[in-house]
Ligand binder design. Structure first.
Ligand code: ADP
Ligand code: MG
Length: 596
Protein backbone atom coordinates (compact mmCIF):
# COMPACT_ATOMS: atom_id res chain seq x y z
CA UNK A 1 0.00 0.00 0.00
CA UNK A 2 1.45 3.44 -0.87
CA UNK A 3 1.96 6.08 1.78
CA UNK A 4 -0.80 8.68 1.64
CA UNK A 5 -1.50 11.96 3.35
CA UNK A 6 -4.49 11.61 5.66
CA UNK A 7 -7.53 13.76 5.05
CA UNK A 8 -8.05 16.62 7.46
CA UNK A 9 -11.11 14.88 8.82
CA UNK A 10 -9.09 11.77 9.61
CA UNK A 11 -6.31 13.81 11.21
CA UNK A 12 -8.85 15.36 13.54
CA UNK A 13 -10.16 11.99 14.58
CA UNK A 14 -6.79 10.61 15.58
CA UNK A 15 -5.87 10.86 19.26
CA UNK A 16 -3.52 13.82 19.26
CA UNK A 17 -0.41 14.01 21.36
CA UNK A 18 3.26 13.46 21.61
CA UNK A 19 4.60 10.01 20.87
CA UNK A 20 8.26 10.80 21.43
CA UNK A 21 8.75 11.28 25.14
CA UNK A 22 11.96 9.40 25.68
CA UNK A 23 14.34 7.09 23.83
CA UNK A 24 12.22 4.04 24.61
CA UNK A 25 9.22 5.59 22.88
CA UNK A 26 11.32 6.11 19.74
CA UNK A 27 12.35 2.46 19.85
CA UNK A 28 8.74 1.41 20.31
CA UNK A 29 7.60 3.35 17.23
CA UNK A 30 10.48 2.10 15.07
CA UNK A 31 10.07 -1.53 16.12
CA UNK A 32 6.33 -1.31 15.47
CA UNK A 33 7.07 0.02 11.99
CA UNK A 34 9.42 -2.88 11.33
CA UNK A 35 6.81 -5.40 12.49
CA UNK A 36 4.18 -3.72 10.31
CA UNK A 37 6.62 -3.99 7.37
CA UNK A 38 6.62 -7.79 7.73
CA UNK A 39 10.16 -8.15 9.10
CA UNK A 40 11.45 -11.53 10.28
CA UNK A 41 14.51 -9.99 11.91
CA UNK A 42 14.74 -6.72 13.83
CA UNK A 43 18.02 -5.40 15.19
CA UNK A 44 18.18 -2.53 17.64
CA UNK A 45 21.46 -0.81 18.47
CA UNK A 46 21.73 1.94 21.08
CA UNK A 47 24.36 4.20 22.58
CA UNK A 48 24.16 6.58 25.50
CA UNK A 49 20.85 5.18 26.72
CA UNK A 50 19.40 5.83 23.26
CA UNK A 51 20.01 9.56 23.56
CA UNK A 52 23.16 9.44 21.43
CA UNK A 53 22.06 6.75 18.99
CA UNK A 54 19.16 4.47 18.19
CA UNK A 55 19.45 2.32 15.08
CA UNK A 56 16.69 -0.08 14.09
CA UNK A 57 17.27 -2.34 11.08
CA UNK A 58 14.75 -4.74 9.62
CA UNK A 59 14.42 -7.09 6.67
CA UNK A 60 10.83 -6.12 5.89
CA UNK A 61 9.20 -4.87 2.69
CA UNK A 62 11.04 -1.55 2.59
CA UNK A 63 10.05 1.63 0.75
CA UNK A 64 10.55 2.91 -2.80
CA UNK A 65 12.61 6.12 -3.10
CA UNK A 66 9.57 8.26 -3.91
CA UNK A 67 7.96 7.13 -0.64
CA UNK A 68 10.78 8.21 1.64
CA UNK A 69 9.93 11.91 1.78
CA UNK A 70 6.29 11.06 2.52
CA UNK A 71 7.25 8.62 5.25
CA UNK A 72 8.84 11.38 7.32
CA UNK A 73 6.03 13.86 6.68
CA UNK A 74 3.32 14.40 9.28
CA UNK A 75 0.02 12.55 8.91
CA UNK A 76 1.30 10.37 6.11
CA UNK A 77 0.73 6.65 6.47
CA UNK A 78 0.24 3.58 4.37
CA UNK A 79 -1.84 1.89 7.06
CA UNK A 80 -5.21 3.54 7.45
CA UNK A 81 -6.86 2.53 4.20
CA UNK A 82 -9.72 0.71 5.90
CA UNK A 83 -10.48 3.42 8.45
CA UNK A 84 -10.16 3.57 12.21
CA UNK A 85 -12.57 0.68 12.78
CA UNK A 86 -10.39 -1.86 11.09
CA UNK A 87 -6.84 -1.36 12.28
CA UNK A 88 -4.74 -4.43 11.64
CA UNK A 89 -1.34 -2.81 11.96
CA UNK A 90 0.47 -1.49 15.02
CA UNK A 91 0.83 2.00 13.52
CA UNK A 92 -1.83 4.11 11.85
CA UNK A 93 -1.22 7.70 12.93
CA UNK A 94 1.49 8.58 10.43
CA UNK A 95 3.19 10.76 12.98
CA UNK A 96 6.13 8.90 14.46
CA UNK A 97 8.83 9.46 11.86
CA UNK A 98 7.81 13.12 11.47
CA UNK A 99 7.95 13.66 15.24
CA UNK A 100 11.34 11.96 15.48
CA UNK A 101 12.61 14.03 12.54
CA UNK A 102 11.62 17.18 14.39
CA UNK A 103 13.42 16.18 17.58
CA UNK A 104 16.60 14.48 16.38
CA UNK A 105 18.92 13.86 13.44
CA UNK A 106 17.06 11.17 11.51
CA UNK A 107 18.08 9.09 8.57
CA UNK A 108 15.87 6.59 6.79
CA UNK A 109 17.52 4.16 4.39
CA UNK A 110 15.39 1.61 2.61
CA UNK A 111 15.30 -0.84 -0.24
CA UNK A 112 11.89 -1.84 -1.53
CA UNK A 113 11.49 -5.59 -1.88
CA UNK A 114 12.62 -6.67 -5.34
CA UNK A 115 14.34 -3.35 -6.09
CA UNK A 116 17.98 -3.18 -7.17
CA UNK A 117 18.99 -0.17 -5.14
CA UNK A 118 18.54 1.38 -1.76
CA UNK A 119 17.92 5.08 -1.06
CA UNK A 120 18.17 7.30 1.93
CA UNK A 121 16.75 10.57 3.18
CA UNK A 122 17.93 12.54 6.19
CA UNK A 123 15.96 14.94 8.34
CA UNK A 124 17.55 17.53 10.57
CA UNK A 125 15.59 20.07 12.55
CA UNK A 126 12.57 19.13 10.43
CA UNK A 127 14.35 19.76 7.05
CA UNK A 128 14.17 16.79 4.68
CA UNK A 129 17.00 16.08 2.23
CA UNK A 130 16.57 14.74 -1.29
CA UNK A 131 16.69 10.94 -1.62
CA UNK A 132 20.17 9.71 -2.47
CA UNK A 133 21.57 6.22 -3.08
CA UNK A 134 22.54 4.22 0.00
CA UNK A 135 24.20 0.89 0.71
CA UNK A 136 21.65 -1.57 2.11
CA UNK A 137 20.96 -5.11 0.98
CA UNK A 138 17.33 -5.36 2.10
CA UNK A 139 14.65 -3.82 4.27
CA UNK A 140 14.92 -0.58 6.18
CA UNK A 141 17.48 0.97 8.49
CA UNK A 142 16.48 3.93 10.58
CA UNK A 143 19.03 5.88 12.53
CA UNK A 144 18.20 8.45 15.20
CA UNK A 145 21.09 10.48 16.60
CA UNK A 146 21.23 13.16 19.28
CA UNK A 147 17.63 12.80 20.35
CA UNK A 148 16.13 16.09 21.60
CA UNK A 149 19.15 18.12 20.46
CA UNK A 150 16.60 20.48 18.91
CA UNK A 151 14.49 20.62 22.09
CA UNK A 152 16.96 20.82 25.00
CA UNK A 153 14.16 21.24 27.56
CA UNK A 154 13.22 17.62 26.89
CA UNK A 155 16.69 16.41 27.76
CA UNK A 156 16.15 17.44 31.36
CA UNK A 157 13.37 14.93 31.77
CA UNK A 158 15.46 11.96 30.78
CA UNK A 159 16.59 9.59 33.48
CA UNK A 160 20.06 8.10 33.75
CA UNK A 161 21.46 6.38 30.66
CA UNK A 162 21.11 3.09 32.48
CA UNK A 163 17.43 3.69 33.22
CA UNK A 164 16.73 4.77 29.64
CA UNK A 165 18.54 1.78 28.21
CA UNK A 166 16.61 -0.52 30.56
CA UNK A 167 13.36 1.07 29.37
CA UNK A 168 14.40 0.33 25.78
CA UNK A 169 15.07 -3.31 26.64
CA UNK A 170 11.65 -3.47 28.24
CA UNK A 171 9.93 -2.10 25.14
CA UNK A 172 11.66 -4.63 22.89
CA UNK A 173 10.85 -7.47 25.27
CA UNK A 174 7.18 -6.66 25.17
CA UNK A 175 7.12 -6.54 21.38
CA UNK A 176 9.15 -9.75 21.20
CA UNK A 177 6.69 -11.61 23.43
CA UNK A 178 3.91 -11.03 20.94
CA UNK A 179 5.99 -12.00 17.91
CA UNK A 180 7.86 -15.27 18.43
CA UNK A 181 8.20 -15.57 14.64
CA UNK A 182 10.51 -12.54 14.52
CA UNK A 183 14.12 -12.56 15.70
CA UNK A 184 14.87 -9.60 17.95
CA UNK A 185 18.20 -8.34 19.17
CA UNK A 186 19.30 -5.30 21.14
CA UNK A 187 22.98 -4.46 21.42
CA UNK A 188 25.14 -1.47 22.19
CA UNK A 189 27.96 -0.13 24.29
CA UNK A 190 25.47 0.95 26.96
CA UNK A 191 23.99 -2.46 27.79
CA UNK A 192 24.24 -6.22 28.08
CA UNK A 193 22.81 -7.39 24.81
CA UNK A 194 19.77 -9.56 24.20
CA UNK A 195 19.03 -11.84 21.29
CA UNK A 196 15.83 -13.83 20.92
CA UNK A 197 16.02 -16.32 18.06
CA UNK A 198 12.88 -17.19 16.11
CA UNK A 199 10.67 -19.65 18.00
CA UNK A 200 8.63 -22.06 15.92
CA UNK A 201 6.23 -24.97 16.33
CA UNK A 202 3.22 -25.50 18.57
CA UNK A 203 5.23 -24.31 21.57
CA UNK A 204 6.47 -21.11 19.92
CA UNK A 205 4.73 -18.76 22.30
CA UNK A 206 5.99 -20.55 25.40
CA UNK A 207 9.49 -20.84 23.93
CA UNK A 208 9.63 -17.08 23.35
CA UNK A 209 8.24 -16.33 26.82
CA UNK A 210 10.88 -18.63 28.29
CA UNK A 211 13.62 -16.79 26.36
CA UNK A 212 12.44 -13.56 27.92
CA UNK A 213 11.15 -14.50 31.38
CA UNK A 214 13.42 -17.41 32.14
CA UNK A 215 12.99 -21.15 32.64
CA UNK A 216 11.43 -20.44 36.02
CA UNK A 217 8.36 -18.99 34.40
CA UNK A 218 7.95 -22.04 32.23
CA UNK A 219 8.04 -24.29 35.27
CA UNK A 220 5.59 -22.18 37.24
CA UNK A 221 2.97 -21.18 34.69
CA UNK A 222 -0.18 -22.82 33.44
CA UNK A 223 -1.44 -22.45 29.87
CA UNK A 224 -4.53 -20.31 29.39
CA UNK A 225 -6.83 -20.83 26.44
CA UNK A 226 -10.42 -19.69 26.23
CA UNK A 227 -12.87 -18.17 23.82
CA UNK A 228 -16.08 -16.25 24.38
CA UNK A 229 -18.22 -14.58 21.73
CA UNK A 230 -15.38 -14.20 19.28
CA UNK A 231 -12.81 -12.98 21.82
CA UNK A 232 -9.81 -15.33 22.10
CA UNK A 233 -7.60 -15.45 25.15
CA UNK A 234 -4.32 -17.39 25.15
CA UNK A 235 -1.10 -17.20 27.11
CA UNK A 236 0.36 -18.33 30.40
CA UNK A 237 -0.46 -17.44 33.98
CA UNK A 238 1.95 -17.95 36.88
CA UNK A 239 0.84 -20.13 39.78
CA UNK A 240 -0.49 -18.24 42.80
CA UNK A 241 2.61 -19.33 44.69
CA UNK A 242 4.90 -17.86 42.03
CA UNK A 243 4.61 -14.16 42.73
CA UNK A 244 6.48 -10.91 42.47
CA UNK A 245 6.80 -7.88 44.68
CA UNK A 246 5.49 -5.60 41.92
CA UNK A 247 3.42 -5.72 38.74
CA UNK A 248 6.37 -5.46 36.34
CA UNK A 249 6.03 -9.09 35.24
CA UNK A 250 2.47 -8.72 33.98
CA UNK A 251 2.24 -8.55 30.22
CA UNK A 252 -1.01 -8.13 28.33
CA UNK A 253 -1.45 -7.85 24.58
CA UNK A 254 -4.45 -6.93 22.50
CA UNK A 255 -4.22 -7.99 18.87
CA UNK A 256 -0.44 -8.23 19.21
CA UNK A 257 -0.15 -4.79 20.78
CA UNK A 258 1.36 -4.53 24.28
CA UNK A 259 -0.98 -2.56 26.53
CA UNK A 260 -0.93 -1.45 30.15
CA UNK A 261 -4.62 -1.11 30.56
CA UNK A 262 -6.24 -0.64 33.97
CA UNK A 263 -9.24 -2.75 33.12
CA UNK A 264 -7.09 -5.68 32.01
CA UNK A 265 -4.63 -5.44 34.90
CA UNK A 266 -7.59 -5.21 37.26
CA UNK A 267 -9.09 -8.35 35.75
CA UNK A 268 -5.78 -10.17 36.21
CA UNK A 269 -5.68 -9.10 39.84
CA UNK A 270 -9.28 -10.15 40.26
CA UNK A 271 -8.49 -13.61 38.97
CA UNK A 272 -5.98 -14.12 41.79
CA UNK A 273 -7.88 -12.12 44.39
CA UNK A 274 -8.23 -14.71 47.13
CA UNK A 275 -5.48 -17.03 45.93
CA UNK A 276 -2.59 -14.80 46.77
CA UNK A 277 -1.41 -12.45 49.49
CA UNK A 278 -2.50 -8.84 49.02
CA UNK A 279 0.96 -7.43 48.69
CA UNK A 280 2.14 -9.88 46.06
CA UNK A 281 1.61 -9.65 42.33
CA UNK A 282 0.88 -12.41 39.84
CA UNK A 283 3.12 -13.08 36.84
CA UNK A 284 1.38 -13.52 33.51
CA UNK A 285 1.56 -13.05 29.76
CA UNK A 286 -1.90 -12.92 28.21
CA UNK A 287 -2.80 -12.44 24.57
CA UNK A 288 -6.25 -11.23 23.60
CA UNK A 289 -7.34 -11.46 19.99
CA UNK A 290 -10.60 -10.05 18.72
CA UNK A 291 -12.11 -8.42 15.68
CA UNK A 292 -10.52 -4.94 15.31
CA UNK A 293 -13.98 -3.39 15.18
CA UNK A 294 -14.57 -4.56 18.75
CA UNK A 295 -11.72 -2.57 20.24
CA UNK A 296 -10.68 1.07 20.00
CA UNK A 297 -6.91 1.55 20.02
CA UNK A 298 -7.22 5.22 19.15
CA UNK A 299 -7.63 6.28 22.78
CA UNK A 300 -4.14 7.45 23.59
CA UNK A 301 -1.29 8.53 21.31
CA UNK A 302 1.07 5.91 22.67
CA UNK A 303 -1.66 3.31 22.12
CA UNK A 304 -1.05 1.70 25.53
CA UNK A 305 -4.71 2.05 26.50
CA UNK A 306 -7.53 0.41 24.67
CA UNK A 307 -11.29 0.54 24.92
CA UNK A 308 -13.40 -2.54 24.35
CA UNK A 309 -16.92 -2.48 22.99
CA UNK A 310 -17.81 -5.02 25.67
CA UNK A 311 -15.37 -4.65 28.54
CA UNK A 312 -17.40 -6.89 30.87
CA UNK A 313 -17.00 -9.74 28.41
CA UNK A 314 -13.22 -9.37 28.29
CA UNK A 315 -12.92 -9.05 32.05
CA UNK A 316 -15.07 -12.11 32.62
CA UNK A 317 -13.06 -14.05 30.07
CA UNK A 318 -9.76 -13.30 31.82
CA UNK A 319 -11.01 -14.01 35.33
CA UNK A 320 -12.90 -17.14 34.28
CA UNK A 321 -10.10 -18.61 32.18
CA UNK A 322 -7.41 -18.19 34.83
CA UNK A 323 -9.59 -19.51 37.64
CA UNK A 324 -10.57 -22.48 35.55
CA UNK A 325 -6.95 -23.21 34.72
CA UNK A 326 -6.07 -23.33 38.41
CA UNK A 327 -9.16 -25.31 39.38
CA UNK A 328 -8.23 -27.87 36.74
CA UNK A 329 -4.83 -28.09 38.39
CA UNK A 330 -6.45 -28.94 41.74
CA UNK A 331 -5.92 -25.62 43.47
CA UNK A 332 -8.66 -24.07 45.49
CA UNK A 333 -9.22 -20.58 46.71
CA UNK A 334 -9.32 -19.96 50.41
CA UNK A 335 -12.64 -19.67 52.18
CA UNK A 336 -13.66 -16.66 54.11
CA UNK A 337 -14.27 -16.89 57.82
CA UNK A 338 -17.48 -15.91 59.54
CA UNK A 339 -17.87 -12.17 59.37
CA UNK A 340 -19.11 -11.80 62.93
CA UNK A 341 -16.09 -13.53 64.39
CA UNK A 342 -13.75 -11.46 62.25
CA UNK A 343 -15.41 -8.29 63.48
CA UNK A 344 -14.89 -9.34 67.08
CA UNK A 345 -11.18 -10.02 66.55
CA UNK A 346 -9.01 -6.97 66.44
CA UNK A 347 -5.36 -6.08 66.43
CA UNK A 348 -4.18 -5.82 70.03
CA UNK A 349 -3.91 -2.35 71.48
CA UNK A 350 -0.28 -2.60 72.41
CA UNK A 351 -0.08 0.75 74.03
CA UNK A 352 -2.88 -0.25 76.37
CA UNK A 353 -1.14 -3.53 77.12
CA UNK A 354 1.92 -1.65 78.25
CA UNK A 355 -0.09 0.79 80.29
CA UNK A 356 -1.33 -2.18 82.32
CA UNK A 357 0.32 -2.69 85.73
CA UNK A 358 3.78 -4.12 85.36
CA UNK A 359 4.05 -7.84 84.95
CA UNK A 360 4.46 -10.04 87.99
CA UNK A 361 4.82 -13.79 87.82
CA UNK A 362 1.45 -15.41 88.39
CA UNK A 363 1.02 -17.77 91.28
CA UNK A 364 1.08 -21.26 89.87
CA UNK A 365 -1.45 -23.54 91.50
CA UNK A 366 -0.69 -27.24 91.51
CA UNK A 367 -3.54 -27.83 89.06
CA UNK A 368 -2.12 -25.35 86.62
CA UNK A 369 1.32 -26.85 86.96
CA UNK A 370 -0.01 -30.26 86.06
CA UNK A 371 -1.79 -28.78 83.10
CA UNK A 372 1.33 -27.03 82.01
CA UNK A 373 3.40 -30.19 82.25
CA UNK A 374 0.80 -32.13 80.37
CA UNK A 375 0.86 -29.57 77.63
CA UNK A 376 4.60 -29.63 77.41
CA UNK A 377 4.77 -33.41 77.19
CA UNK A 378 2.01 -33.67 74.70
CA UNK A 379 3.43 -30.90 72.53
CA UNK A 380 6.80 -32.56 72.74
CA UNK A 381 5.30 -35.66 71.18
CA UNK A 382 3.43 -33.67 68.62
CA UNK A 383 6.38 -31.53 67.72
CA UNK A 384 8.93 -34.31 67.52
CA UNK A 385 10.17 -34.59 64.01
CA UNK A 386 10.08 -30.84 63.60
CA UNK A 387 13.54 -30.94 62.22
CA UNK A 388 13.34 -28.63 59.24
CA UNK A 389 16.24 -26.25 59.00
CA UNK A 390 14.99 -22.85 59.96
CA UNK A 391 16.00 -19.35 60.70
CA UNK A 392 17.41 -18.58 64.07
CA UNK A 393 14.41 -19.19 66.30
CA UNK A 394 14.68 -17.78 69.77
CA UNK A 395 15.08 -20.58 72.30
CA UNK A 396 14.07 -20.37 75.93
CA UNK A 397 13.86 -22.84 78.80
CA UNK A 398 10.35 -23.87 79.94
CA UNK A 399 8.89 -20.96 81.91
CA UNK A 400 6.03 -20.66 84.34
CA UNK A 401 2.78 -19.73 82.75
CA UNK A 402 3.12 -16.41 81.02
CA UNK A 403 -0.56 -15.63 81.02
CA UNK A 404 -0.13 -12.18 82.52
CA UNK A 405 2.27 -11.04 79.82
CA UNK A 406 0.80 -8.85 77.06
CA UNK A 407 0.86 -11.69 74.54
CA UNK A 408 0.05 -14.40 77.09
CA UNK A 409 1.14 -18.02 77.31
CA UNK A 410 1.30 -20.18 74.19
CA UNK A 411 -1.29 -22.95 74.33
CA UNK A 412 -1.15 -24.50 70.90
CA UNK A 413 -0.09 -24.12 67.35
CA UNK A 414 -2.78 -24.62 64.74
CA UNK A 415 -2.50 -25.09 61.01
CA UNK A 416 1.24 -24.99 61.48
CA UNK A 417 1.24 -21.22 61.42
CA UNK A 418 -0.97 -19.78 64.14
CA UNK A 419 0.05 -19.69 67.77
CA UNK A 420 -2.90 -19.55 70.13
CA UNK A 421 -2.02 -17.93 73.45
CA UNK A 422 -4.03 -17.33 76.58
CA UNK A 423 -3.96 -13.91 78.20
CA UNK A 424 -5.47 -12.79 81.50
CA UNK A 425 -8.72 -11.74 79.89
CA UNK A 426 -8.81 -13.28 76.46
CA UNK A 427 -6.86 -15.04 73.75
CA UNK A 428 -4.27 -13.96 71.24
CA UNK A 429 -3.63 -15.51 67.85
CA UNK A 430 -0.19 -14.89 66.37
CA UNK A 431 0.71 -15.31 62.70
CA UNK A 432 4.12 -16.85 63.30
CA UNK A 433 5.41 -16.12 59.83
CA UNK A 434 4.44 -12.46 59.88
CA UNK A 435 5.72 -12.04 63.43
CA UNK A 436 9.06 -13.64 62.80
CA UNK A 437 9.51 -11.63 59.64
CA UNK A 438 9.25 -8.46 61.67
CA UNK A 439 11.67 -9.77 64.29
CA UNK A 440 14.27 -10.69 61.67
CA UNK A 441 13.83 -7.30 60.02
CA UNK A 442 14.39 -5.50 63.30
CA UNK A 443 17.43 -7.65 64.03
CA UNK A 444 18.89 -6.90 60.60
CA UNK A 445 18.40 -3.18 61.14
CA UNK A 446 19.93 -3.47 64.58
CA UNK A 447 22.92 -5.28 63.10
CA UNK A 448 23.37 -2.46 60.57
CA UNK A 449 23.37 0.05 63.39
CA UNK A 450 26.07 -1.57 65.45
CA UNK A 451 28.40 -4.37 64.74
CA UNK A 452 27.46 -5.56 61.29
CA UNK A 453 25.62 -8.62 60.11
CA UNK A 454 27.38 -11.98 60.20
CA UNK A 455 27.16 -14.04 57.06
CA UNK A 456 27.60 -17.73 56.37
CA UNK A 457 29.68 -18.96 53.44
CA UNK A 458 27.81 -21.42 51.24
CA UNK A 459 29.75 -24.62 50.66
CA UNK A 460 28.62 -24.61 47.07
CA UNK A 461 27.78 -21.16 45.72
CA UNK A 462 24.22 -21.06 44.48
CA UNK A 463 23.92 -19.97 40.86
CA UNK A 464 20.74 -18.05 40.13
CA UNK A 465 19.59 -17.44 36.55
CA UNK A 466 18.31 -13.92 35.99
CA UNK A 467 17.47 -11.60 33.13
CA UNK A 468 20.64 -9.66 32.15
CA UNK A 469 19.26 -6.35 33.40
CA UNK A 470 18.42 -7.93 36.75
CA UNK A 471 21.98 -9.24 36.89
CA UNK A 472 23.17 -5.66 36.37
CA UNK A 473 20.85 -4.36 39.05
CA UNK A 474 22.09 -6.87 41.60
CA UNK A 475 25.77 -6.49 40.69
CA UNK A 476 25.49 -2.70 40.91
CA UNK A 477 24.28 -3.01 44.46
CA UNK A 478 26.64 -5.78 45.50
CA UNK A 479 28.41 -3.58 48.04
CA UNK A 480 25.17 -2.67 49.76
CA UNK A 481 23.97 -6.27 49.74
CA UNK A 482 27.29 -7.31 51.29
CA UNK A 483 26.69 -4.91 54.17
CA UNK A 484 23.67 -7.01 54.97
CA UNK A 485 25.60 -10.25 54.67
CA UNK A 486 24.57 -11.25 51.14
CA UNK A 487 27.67 -11.74 49.00
CA UNK A 488 27.04 -12.15 45.27
CA UNK A 489 28.98 -11.89 42.07
CA UNK A 490 28.31 -11.92 38.36
CA UNK A 491 28.29 -15.39 36.82
CA UNK A 492 28.19 -14.77 33.08
CA UNK A 493 25.66 -12.50 31.38
CA UNK A 494 22.53 -14.19 32.71
CA UNK A 495 23.35 -15.40 36.19
CA UNK A 496 24.50 -14.47 39.67
CA UNK A 497 26.51 -16.64 42.04
CA UNK A 498 25.47 -16.31 45.68
CA UNK A 499 28.50 -17.00 47.89
CA UNK A 500 27.36 -15.94 51.34
CA UNK A 501 24.01 -15.33 52.97
CA UNK A 502 23.16 -13.56 56.22
CA UNK A 503 23.47 -16.17 58.99
CA UNK A 504 20.35 -15.04 60.76
CA UNK A 505 18.25 -16.03 57.77
CA UNK A 506 19.15 -19.69 58.23
CA UNK A 507 18.82 -21.98 55.22
CA UNK A 508 17.37 -19.58 52.71
CA UNK A 509 16.07 -19.99 49.15
CA UNK A 510 18.78 -17.80 47.65
CA UNK A 511 17.25 -17.87 44.15
CA UNK A 512 13.89 -16.55 45.26
CA UNK A 513 15.56 -13.99 47.52
CA UNK A 514 17.80 -12.62 44.76
CA UNK A 515 14.88 -12.43 42.33
CA UNK A 516 12.79 -10.48 44.82
CA UNK A 517 15.70 -8.16 45.52
CA UNK A 518 16.07 -7.49 41.79
CA UNK A 519 12.39 -6.61 41.59
CA UNK A 520 12.76 -4.37 44.64
CA UNK A 521 15.81 -2.60 43.16
CA UNK A 522 14.03 -2.11 39.83
CA UNK A 523 11.66 0.18 41.66
CA UNK A 524 14.34 2.35 43.18
CA UNK A 525 14.22 5.31 40.89
CA UNK A 526 12.90 7.39 43.73
CA UNK A 527 14.63 5.80 46.69
CA UNK A 528 17.44 8.07 47.70
CA UNK A 529 19.79 7.59 50.60
CA UNK A 530 21.85 4.57 51.45
CA UNK A 531 20.04 3.88 54.71
CA UNK A 532 16.68 3.85 53.00
CA UNK A 533 17.96 1.36 50.47
CA UNK A 534 19.54 -0.83 53.13
CA UNK A 535 16.27 -0.86 55.05
CA UNK A 536 14.42 -1.97 51.98
CA UNK A 537 16.91 -4.72 51.27
CA UNK A 538 16.57 -5.81 54.90
CA UNK A 539 12.78 -5.90 54.60
CA UNK A 540 12.94 -8.09 51.52
CA UNK A 541 15.49 -10.38 53.16
CA UNK A 542 13.47 -10.67 56.34
CA UNK A 543 10.68 -12.27 54.40
CA UNK A 544 13.04 -15.10 53.51
CA UNK A 545 14.56 -15.58 56.93
CA UNK A 546 11.21 -15.96 58.57
CA UNK A 547 9.73 -19.06 60.03
CA UNK A 548 7.63 -19.86 57.05
CA UNK A 549 4.16 -21.06 57.80
CA UNK A 550 4.19 -24.82 57.86
CA UNK A 551 6.92 -25.15 60.44
CA UNK A 552 5.89 -26.76 63.69
CA UNK A 553 7.14 -25.02 66.80
CA UNK A 554 7.88 -26.49 70.21
CA UNK A 555 6.02 -24.99 73.16
CA UNK A 556 9.17 -23.19 74.35
CA UNK A 557 9.83 -21.85 70.88
CA UNK A 558 6.35 -20.40 70.76
CA UNK A 559 6.70 -18.74 74.15
CA UNK A 560 10.12 -17.41 73.25
CA UNK A 561 8.68 -15.91 70.05
CA UNK A 562 5.94 -14.19 72.05
CA UNK A 563 8.47 -12.83 74.55
CA UNK A 564 10.74 -11.51 71.81
CA UNK A 565 7.79 -9.84 70.14
CA UNK A 566 7.01 -8.06 73.38
CA UNK A 567 10.58 -6.76 73.50
CA UNK A 568 10.82 -5.70 69.85
CA UNK A 569 9.69 -2.35 68.47
CA UNK A 570 6.98 -2.44 65.78
CA UNK A 571 6.31 -6.10 66.47
CA UNK A 572 2.57 -5.72 66.07
CA UNK A 573 2.86 -5.38 62.31
CA UNK A 574 4.79 -7.35 59.74
CA UNK A 575 6.93 -5.54 57.17
CA UNK A 576 3.99 -5.35 54.81
CA UNK A 577 1.73 -3.63 57.27
CA UNK A 578 -0.41 -6.62 58.17
CA UNK A 579 -1.00 -7.34 61.85
CA UNK A 580 1.22 -10.01 63.33
CA UNK A 581 -1.35 -10.92 65.95
CA UNK A 582 -4.95 -10.33 66.90
CA UNK A 583 -6.67 -10.49 70.24
CA UNK A 584 -10.12 -11.69 71.21
CA UNK A 585 -11.32 -10.61 74.63
CA UNK A 586 -13.12 -13.09 76.84
CA UNK A 587 -16.13 -10.77 76.82
CA UNK A 588 -16.20 -11.00 73.02
CA UNK A 589 -15.98 -14.77 73.18
CA UNK A 590 -18.89 -14.76 75.60
CA UNK A 591 -20.81 -12.49 73.27
CA UNK A 592 -20.20 -14.85 70.37
CA UNK A 593 -21.72 -17.65 72.45
CA UNK A 594 -24.66 -15.49 73.46
CA UNK A 595 -23.61 -15.45 77.10
CA UNK A 596 -23.75 -11.67 77.25
P1 ADP B 1 2.58 4.95 10.90
O1 ADP B 1 3.36 3.76 11.34
O2 ADP B 1 1.55 5.35 11.90
O3 ADP B 1 2.00 4.78 9.54
P2 ADP B 1 5.11 6.32 10.86
O4 ADP B 1 5.46 7.77 10.90
O5 ADP B 1 5.63 5.48 11.93
O6 ADP B 1 3.54 6.23 10.81
O7 ADP B 1 5.56 5.74 9.46
C1 ADP B 1 5.09 6.36 8.25
C2 ADP B 1 5.08 5.38 7.12
O8 ADP B 1 6.42 5.06 6.73
C3 ADP B 1 4.43 4.05 7.43
O9 ADP B 1 3.03 4.10 7.20
C4 ADP B 1 5.13 3.10 6.46
O10 ADP B 1 4.50 3.11 5.21
C5 ADP B 1 6.50 3.72 6.30
N1 ADP B 1 7.50 3.03 7.13
C6 ADP B 1 7.95 3.43 8.31
N2 ADP B 1 8.87 2.56 8.80
C7 ADP B 1 8.98 1.58 7.90
C8 ADP B 1 9.76 0.37 7.83
N3 ADP B 1 10.60 0.01 8.79
N4 ADP B 1 9.62 -0.41 6.72
C9 ADP B 1 8.77 -0.05 5.73
N5 ADP B 1 8.02 1.05 5.75
C10 ADP B 1 8.11 1.87 6.82
MG1 MG C 1 4.65 3.87 12.97
Amino acid sequence: MPIRRLSEDMVNRIAAGEVVERPASVVKELVENAIDAGATRIEVVTAGGGGALIRVSDDGGGMAPDQLALAVERHCTSKLDNGLDDIRSLGFRGEALAAIGAAARLSVASRARGADDAFEVTVEGGRVSAAKPAALSAGTRIEVRDLFFATPARLKFLKSERAESAAITDVVKRQAMAHPDIRFSVTGSDRSGIDYPVATGADAQLTRLTQIMGADFRANAVPISAEREGVMLTGFAGLPTYTRANSLAQFIFVNGRPVRDKLLLGALRGAYADLMKRDRYPVAALFIALDPSQVDVNVHPAKADVRFRDSGLVRGLIVGAIRQAFAAGGLRSSSTAATAAIAAFRPLDRAAAYRAPSWTPPRVSSGNAALATGFAEESQAVFDGADQPSADIPQAGPEPLDVARPLGAARAQIHENYIVAQTTDGLVIVDQHAAHERLVYERLKHGLDDNGIPSQILLIPEVVDLAPEDVDRIVDRAAELAELGLVVERFGPGAIAVRETPSMLGAVDAGALVRDLAAEIAEWDRVVGLRDRLDRIAATMACYGSVRSGRRLKAEEMDALLREMEATPNASECNHGRPTYIELKLTDIERLFGRR
